[in-house]
Each structure stands twice: as C-alpha cells, then as structure tokens.
Design a protein around this ligand. Structure first.
Ligand code: FAD
Length: 401
C-alpha cells in the first residue's frame, strides 16, 4: 500500500483548480508536477468572487496577505429589477460574512488570484511547472498511470489529477467521451474603469444582480474599486464553433436596451472592439470521479453555470479535500473514493442550484419574480449550506452537501 505522504503526482492543468491542488499537495510533502498546455498560463481579464468556503483554503495556503491589497470586500449581494432597480432581495456580506463564516468575501481580478497561486506553487517547488505541454491521453497500469504528451513523450505518476477544465482529456479516460451541454445561455464579459461611470450612477460597494426577462447582468468592483466588472447572461442560441467569440457591440447594446441607467452606463463605455461573448456549458453531475490512479477536480468534473459564483470555489475546496483524503491510512483507490463520495453531492448541488438561479433571475413578471425571491430566501439558504463549509476540517463523510 502506498502511504499518504510522498507520492509522485501529476496535476494536469494550471488553472485556479490545478494550481490550488498543486499547492495543497506540495505542502503535504508530495512530489508534484503540473503539466499545462499553455506556454504562459493565466486568466482572462475579468473578476472572480471568493466566498469564505474558498477563502479558508486560500488562507491555509498563506495567500490572504497577497490577495488582500487587490481585493474588494463587498457589503452585500443586491438582487434588483433590471429596469427600475427596485430591490428584490439582499444578502449581507462584508463583516457579517466574515464573522459568521470565519473568512472574508473577496472580489478579485482573476489575474491576481491566479498569480498568487502560481507564486505559491513556485515557492514550494520551483521546477513543478511543465508549460507548453499538452496531455493527449492517459493509460493506467497497476503500479502507475502514464500520460501521453503531444511531443510524443510520456510521464509516469502514482496518481494523476485531471484539473484540465471543461474540455478535460483526463475526464475522457475516466468517464468516456461525454460532451459538455450548452445551457442555452451566453455570457458577455467585460470591465470598465470605474472613473468612467458618472458618480451619481455608481452603486455602493456591493455585487448587484440586475434580474430581467430571460436575461440578467452582474456588476461588481475590482482592484480596490478601480474597475467595474460586468457579466451579462442572456438566453440565446450559440452557432459559433468556438465557445468564445468577439461579438458586435451593437448586439450587447440590443441585449441591454431599456435597462437601468447603471447597466446602460457600463454598456455605453465598454471597449467596443473587445466585447467578448461566451457560450455557457455545464455537465450532468457524475457520481464517479476517478479510477484506481486517476481522479478529477474543478470544471473537469463539475462544470456549472456561474450563477452561484462558485465554480472556482468548488475547485479550491476539491483541492483541499483531495489533499486530506490522500493522508488517510487506506489503499489509494479507497482514498480516491472517499474524496469522490464526499465531494460529488456538494458539487452536484452547486450545479443544480446554479441552474435554478438562472430560472429565478430570468422571470419576466415583476410580481411573480418578487414572490419567487421571497420563497427562495437566498440569504438564508446560502448562509446555511454553501458558505459555512470547511474543506480543511470536519468529517470526510459521503452524503448530502
Ligand atoms: C462568466 C463566469 C463567471 C464566473 N464567476 C465565478 C466566480 O465569481 N467565482 C467562482 O468561484 N467561479 C466563477 N466562475 C467559474 C470559474 O471560472 C471556473 O469554475 C474555474 O475557473 C475552473 O477552474 P479549473 O482550474 O477547474 O479549470 P480551467 O480554468 O479551465 O483550467 C484548466 C487548465 O487546464 C489546461 N488544460 C486543458 N486541457 C489540457 C491538456 N490536455 N493538457 C494540458 N493542459 C490542459 C488549460 O489550459 C487550463 O489552464 C465563473 C465562470 C464564468 C464563465
């Protein structure tokens, strides 16, 4: 039986999930290599929200100090009507979130979060990163898993962790060639300098979800308030081959015609040559995450609509739980099953509730929408099951989230 510490592990993918896994595993004394297809891994120029459940892991990795100077700490989530701006529901964040859940709520620029994780991995193991190398396939023997790379070489490992995102090659080895599912929703993503927004239109330091018929938009501040992040999520078909496309500004403008002046102010000030539109895909949650020597993590196994702002947070939780499970005094396949059985229900709930949030945010009729928000009581629900979770402590049992 392989003992908990000191395994040879290859993590495929240097996104937020893969880097966080590498950092957690290196801290626990494993030998870790991270194989990344891109020569210069990074993140797109957009925001990412980190709630206490993820921040606890980032704090455990010693990253609070590196992130804090870049972070915005929102006072609340405010759910508002798309046209009048009338408040539908409010979820206090800020000091209340940190007091209740033991870690802060940060809004970060993705580059800042990714950069901090990259620096953490490099500080722990300067030669851990293998960049510009694409994994093409996985083979498994009883004593090792072997990765086939695009340059014809192979890498052996005692354990392979597939953190290679929604189009995961490692997932194909575990679960076959099941395709991601287009959700019928697309996301516009852009940032504008806050100084460009007229002061009278700027909201408090909150994350605002503007809810409208078959469409919602999210605005929140980044980088000490210098930037305003905009995500616009619209129900519409997708005909492009690629999942990301630069789209005509006129289409963004049409999607948000008649919306609240704050939303209009953003739409009118975005860089018209750089309006990015993304197809939003997810997958039916799988209870199976791995084989004897291969496991999955992050979007590779639980890609979700982003409407709980938890996709990266779940990848970060996965990373911490995987490291804990690998320290259990069990044969490796059992340790991997403990990880899978503990994580699958919670991440499946995130996928399911994210889809439900899309339905809630897109109700057309104002009164029906208010009733649905009252019934759902998002603040109570998320404070009960989502944010209190602690990936670093607590029983590693299977079961409900
Ligand atoms: C509009 C939007 C807003 C979001 N907002 C939030 C938010 O506020 N909070 C939050 O927690 N989440 C959010 N998410 C979700 C979050 O972005 C993702 O869940 C997260 O980035 C997934 O990280 P990952 O490391 O699993 O995968 P990825 O980021 O996709 O990383 C995968 C890595 O693997 C590499 N790779 C792929 N294939 C191979 C291969 N064959 N060989 C080698 N390398 C390979 C890729 O190059 C990449 O670097 C949002 C998502 C969207 C679309």
């Amino acid at each position: 039986m392989t003992t908990g510490a000191g395994m040879d592990i290859v993590v495929v993918g240097a996104g937020i999930g893969g880097l966080c896994a590498a950092a957690c595993l290196l801290r626990d004394g494993h030998r870790v290599r991270v194989v990344e297809q891109s020569a210069r891994p990074g993140e797109l120029g957009a925001g990412v929200q980190m709630s206490a459940n993820a921040m606890k892991v980032l704090e455990h990795l010693g990253l609070r100090g590196a992130l804090e100077p870049h972070a915005v700490r929102p006072l609340a989530f405010e759910f508002r009507r798309w046209d009048s701006g009338a408040m539908l529901h409010r979820l206090p964040l800020g000091a209340a979130h940190e007091q209740r859940h033991g870690a802060p709520y940060f809004q970060l620029h993705r580059a800042d979060l990714h950069g901090a994780l990259l620096a953490a991995v490099q500080a722990l193991a300067p030669d851990a990163l293998h960049l510009g190398r694409r994994v093409q396939g996985v083979e498994e023997r009883s004593d090792a898993a072997a990765l086939r790379l695009d340059d014809g070489s192979a890498l052996d490992a005692e354990l392979v962790v597939g953190a290679d995102g929604i189009k995961s090659v490692v997932r194909r080895h575990v679960l076959g060639d099941d395709r991601p599912v287009f959700t019928g929703q697309v996301a516009w993503r852009c940032t504008v300098p806050t100084a460009a927004i007229p002061p009278e239109l700027r909201t408090d330091v909150v994350s605002t979800i503007w809810c409208g018929p078959q469409n919602h938009a999210v605005t929140y501040y980044l980088r000490g308030g210098e930037l305003l992040n905009f995500v616009g999520c619209v129900e519409r078909p997708w005909e492009e081959e690629s999942w990301t496309a630069v789209a005509p500004w006129e289409e963004l403008d049409a999607d948000y015609r008649g919306w609240h002046p704050m939303v209009r102010a953003v739409v009118e000030r975005v860089d018209r040559g750089a309006c990015f539109r993304w197809a939003l895909n997810n997958r039916v949650p799988s209870p199976v995450w791995g084989t004897e020597r291969v496991t999955l993590l992050g979007d590779a196994v639980h890609a979700t609509l982003p409407y709980l702002a938890q996709g990266a947070a779940m990848a970060i939780e996965d990373a911490a739980v995987l490291a804990r499970c690998l320290a259990l005094p069990q044969p490796l396949p059992e340790r991997l099953r403990t990880y899978q059985d503990h994580r699958a229900p919670r991440t499946a709930r995130v996928v399911r509730e994210s889809t439900e949030m899309g339905e809630l945010y897109h109700i057309g009729d104002a009164q029906a929408m208010q009733r649905a928000f009252d019934e759902r009581n998002i603040a109570r629900s998320r404070n009960e099951w989502l944010y209190p979770y602690d990936a670093l402590r607590g029983p590693l049992t299977a079961g409900p989230a």
